[in-house]
Design a protein around this ligand. Sequence first.
Ligand code: ATP
Length: 554
Amino acid sequence: MSTQPSVTRMEKIVSLCKRRGLIFQSSEIYGGLNGFWDYGPLGAELKRNVKELWWKSMTRLREDIVGLEATIIMHPDIWKASGHVDTFSDPMSTCRACKKLVRSDQVWDMLETVPWAETIRSLCPEGKADVDGLLKWAKNKGLRLVPDLALVKDPEGVLATLAKRSSEATSVQATFEILSTAAAEGPLSTPCPHCGGELTEPRPFNLMFKTYVGPAATEDDIAYLRPETAQAIFVQFKNVLETSRVKVPFGICQIGKAFRNEVTPRNFTFRSREFEQMELEFFIKPDEVIEAQHGKTASLSDGAASTDPQPNWGWEVWHMYWVEERFRWYDSIGLKRSSLEEYWQKPDELAHYARATVDILYKFPFGTQELEGIAARGNFDLSQHQKFSGKSMEYFDQEANVKYVPHVIEPSAGVDRLILALICEAYEEEEVTDDKGQKEVRTVLHFHPRVAPIKVGIFPLLKNRPELVQKAVEIRDLLRQHMNVFYDETGAIGRRYRRQDEAGTPFCVTVDFDSIGENGPELQDTVTLRHRDSMTQERVRIADLLPFLQSQIL
Ligand code: ATP
């Protein structure tokens, strides 16, 4: 990864996404819609590749997982059973000055990224305020940037309060709070990141989008756009069980849209209001059943999770197994373990029903953030649906001769966050020297060939030589049955390579005079194969192209 300042790096990535047709703002010509994003021609291919690779790894390459594709709008009682109607909320505050809404638990994170707050922090190192500097700033720049900040509205008064309450100013944050509070006494305020104004106390805001089913549109017709894909898997558990000949342990997976009315969508596509998830619910036997069958459950200290699944695995080993599987999968698409982090939620962070949750984090330019969560959820979800629907969710285990509600391990990943991580990981500005010895910057996306939107660029050396064009078109037609190819005959070859570097195309093929036998029969039907990352070129036979490319992308 580059060492450029993170903000510039992110800005450059966002601009490349637009320029190259990876990601556009939704409804852009109408001014956009906050928290909604569209994928352009390259982005759509990238996303499709990622989803297909996940689906393949989960279903086609395994005996123990089957797929599901459920509706986005489901019976509203599902969301009562799952707890989403009552508790799926974020704390929200409103700014008394500019009226903007912000997520109360993200205010300080947001203040890390706004320049005016940076100035205040730099004037209060370790909580010790530079009073003269603050006064000057409040009367000049501050007035323009954050007119609603208490310090700006009444510099002398607020600085006098700061002097009086100096015993409370034990940290940068506490000092910042005093500078944001108009009252000389009483509770301190948190400043609005947008204007510095005072924020209201947090109140819960339910994140589900509501709609009405049917024309009457009464309270009784309220339904929700699903905030996660997982619940559909639980409610179809019995149908899948009865129709697929699966036996516990087994999984059901789904890829699909989810919707959350996020209070503050931000960091490009990272926190969107409409996004896609790839979720697996892997159903396992309760530990008591394993113990009754095998005497005891295998433990992590036996190194159990690193072997193939065994009948004596309890939830702990299955959980660890899925954490490892997910890291292996990320590695297979170009996100190495060294770019990721593993975070074990602390007991007080866990949902009340969860036994353990591991988050897989990626080091985004704007901070290290969650890509996927892998939770051991006990049998909470199936039990809740059993209770609310009145339908049994029990499974009869023939081997153990016992009935139970299975427990579940849930690896839940966001497609859009992963796409953003792949783009951030792949992005590089490289200084290279051209044929004439001139230095230039090459912008390149080092996508793994498996996810790359275009797998190979195909170029005739000259577009006004029909024999070259004909051969290049033949190669295009041969390869495009198997993968996404891009045919380009315009501009100098070097420029065509650069265009593909920026699109993340791992290979380019050039048809030249050797290819059509002009320089002797031994080179006829060979082409130049150029590798994006090393920029090396090699001569290969046209007949070898397809097997080579397939070996790289499968
Ligand atoms: P966060 O804490 O970041 O809001 P979460 O823990 O609520 O995320 P989960 O409910 O566990 O997220 O959802 C599983 C996955 O779905 C996340 O790991 C993430 O990849 C993705 N996801 C969740 N919310 C969003 C969103 N608003 N935009 C894009 N992806 C999301």
